[in-house]
Design a protein around this ligand. Structure first.
Ligand code: GDP
Length: 205
């Protein structure tokens, strides 16, 4: 599939701490989620082709806000706060869970979720809980196994097969691929997936 969306024109829209500050619940949103340091910001930057779009950070867990980016007037990418960072105080973790749960449960324009996992540490508890939950709510979820360049081709393929097998019970709502922000392996596949979601359904204009 040819990329038809103007990813390179993606702009930072706003950063919100509360769901009430989100833009109107219309158009299409695709959200990105994952453990801190899994490579979510790098994936967003690579997919849009914009290096500095989502701040990549060596200090995981720093951002507890929901960051929104507009691809065009009706399509947004949503960077949900990273989870699973041990040094985050319990109260913040709890707030994260409440905010993200509520976003995922209540956001009508959410068309799909990109779940980012480090290919070397896939399927941690929180990842599995999320998949369990999104599959039960029939929110399409696409797993990016990031940092694929850190493994040999064969190791990466083995991990992909293992994860695919583990996610088989969730059926058509969950898919998985290898991805590398470093060598851009899997970029077209990831964009194709996003595009399916962004172009699906009726938009108002
Ligand atoms: P986030 O916390 O999930 O947003 O993770 P970041 O995107 O900030 O990435 C965390 C660290 O992993 C940074 O040092 C990135 O440079 C590195 N990283 C992210 N993606 C890749 C990748 O595909 N390959 C390699 N080798 N490093 C990556």
């Amino acid at each position: 599939m040819q990329t038809v969306l103007p990813y390179q024109q993606t702009k930072f829209l706003k950063s919100v701490g509360k769901l009430s500050q989100l833009p109107a619940d219309d158009g299409v949103e695709v959200a990105f989620i994952g453990r801190s340091n899994a490579g979510k910001s790098s994936a967003l930057n690579t997919i849009t082709g914009l290096k500095g779009l989502a701040r990549t950070s060596k200090c995981p867990g720093r951002t507890q806000c929901i960051n929104l980016f507009s691809v065009d007037k009706e399509r947004r990418m949503v960077d949900l706060p990273g989870y699973g960072y041990a040094k985050v105080p319990l109260c913040i973790k709890k707030r994260w869970e409440e905010t993200v749960d509520l976003y995922l449960q209540s956001r009508h324009c959410l068309r799909g979720l990109v779940l980012v996992m480090d290919v070397r540490h896939p399927l941690k508890n929180m990842d599995l809980q999320l998949i369990e939950w999104t599959a039960s709510c029939q929110i399409p979820t696409h797993v990016l196994l990031t940092k694929a360049d850190k493994l040999s081709g064969n190791q990466a393929k083995q991990t992909l097969l293992k994860v695919e097998k583990a996610l088989e019970p969730y059926g058509e709502f969950v898919s998985v691929q290898l991805f590398s922000a470093l060598d851009k392996n899997g970029l077209n596949e990831a964009r194709d997936h996003l595009e399916e979601w962004f172009m699906a359904g009726e938009l108002s204009h």
